[in-house]
Design a protein around this ligand. Structure first.
Ligand code: HPA
Length: 270
C-alpha cells in the first residue's frame, strides 16, 4: 500500500511544476470550478499508475493541476463511487496520494437529496457533519501507522473555520446557504420514501452516495475538509418525487455558479 501510494505520488510530482496544498473533488455535474483553473496540467486517470478508472456518466475522470486565483490546486474531476464496484481502498486511494503529495486541505462537492423540509431544489448545503451508513468502513483492516492512527478522532470532520468563512462569504454576496448533516449511503438506488424518512429521523438533512469515505480517510491523514452539497432533489416527507440522474445533473449545473464562487473565495483566502 505504502509503495503504491509513493509510486503514484512520484509519478504525479514529475508531471507538475508546483506542489499544491489544496485539493478539490468535484461531484456529479459540478465540474465548473475546474474551468477556473489556469495553467492547467490535465492527467487522465487512465494514465495514472494504481488509479482506478471512473465509469459513471457525467464524469470525465482526470486530475487537474494548476492555479485557482493565486493558489496552486489539484482537482479531481470525477471520483470513485463505492456503487461502481470499487472497494473502499480504491474509492479513497486518491486521498492517500493527496496526503503523500502534501495536501493540507480538501474541498469536496456532491449532489444530494434533501430531507430537511426547509430545503429547496437548487439550495447549497454546507456539510457540518455526516453519518456514515456505507456497509464497509474505509479504515477497516490492519492500520498502517505511517498513514494515521488506529482510532481516529472525528470530533471535527468538517473544519469549523471554513464553515464560518463560507457563511460570511454567502452573507456578503447574498447567496442562500443551508447547513446540515450529510448521510452517506452506498446507492445506487435513490431512496424509498421510508428511507428518506428514516434518514431524517436519525438526524440527516441530505443524503448522497459519496464524500463520507473520502472525508474519513482525509481525517485519518490529518487533512482538513470542507464540503458542499447541492440539493438536486427532495426526499421530504409528503413531497418525495421521482428522481433521475438527468434531473440531478441539471439541478447541479444550475446551482453550481454560487458553489464555485464560495469555494474559490475560501481557497483564495487560505
Ligand atoms: N439520494 C442519494 N443520492 C443522491 C440523491 C438522492 O436523493 N440526489 C443526488 N444524489
Amino acid at each position: 500500500m505504502l509503495e503504491k501510494i509513493k509510486e503514484t505520488a512520484d509519478y504525479l510530482l514529475n508531471k507538475v511544476p508546483n506542489r499544491p496544498h489544496v485539493a478539490i473533488i468535484l461531484g456529479t455535474g459540478l465540474g465548473e470550478l475546474a474551468s477556473h483553473i489556469q495553467n492547467k496540467v490535465e492527467i487522465p486517470y487512465t494514465e495514472i499508475p494504481n488509479f482506478p478508472i471512473s465509469t459513471v456518466e457525467g464524469h470525465s475522470g482526470k486530475l487537474i493541476f494548476g492555479k485557482l486565483g493565486e493558489k496552486d490546486v489539484m482537482a479531481m474531476q470525477g471520483r470513485f463511487h463505492y456503487y461502481e464496484g470499487y472497494d473502499m481502498e480504491q474509492v479513497t486511494f486518491p486521498i492517500r496520494v493527496m496526503k503523500a503529495f502534501g495536501i493540507k486541505t480538501l474541498f469536496l462537492s456532491n449532489a444530494a437529496g434533501g430531507m430537511n423540509p426547509s430545503f429547496q431544489v437548487g439550495d447549497l448545503m454546507v456539510i457540518r457533519d455526516h453519518i456514515n451508513l456505507f456497509p464497509e468502513h474505509p479504515l477497516r483492516g490492519k492500520n498502517i501507522e505511517e498513514l494515521g492512527p488506529r482510532f481516529p478522532d472525528m470530533s471535527e470532520p468538517y473544519s469549523q473555520k471554513y464553515i464560518k468563512l463560507a457563511f460570511e462569504i454567502a452573507k456578503k454576496n447574498n447567496i442562500k446557504l443551508q447547513r446540515g448533516v450529510y448521510v452517506g449511503t452506498q446507492g445506487p438506488t435513490f431512496e424509498t420514501p421510508a428511507e428518506y424518512r428514516y434518514f431524517a429521523i436519525i438526524g440527516g438533512d441530505a443524503v448522497g452516495m459519496s464524500t463520507v469515505p473520502e472525508v474519513i480517510v482525509a481525517r485519518h491523514s490529518g487533512i482538513e475538509c470542507f464540503a458542499i452539497s447541492v440539493i438536486t432533489d427532495l426526499g421530504v416527507i409528503g413531497v418525495v418525487e421521482q428522481v433521475s440522474h438527468e434531473e440531478v445533473q441539471k439541478a447541479a449545473a444550475e446551482a453550481q455558479p454560487n458553489m464555485t464562487f464560495i469555494m474559490k473565495e475560501i481557497i483564495n483566502g487560505i
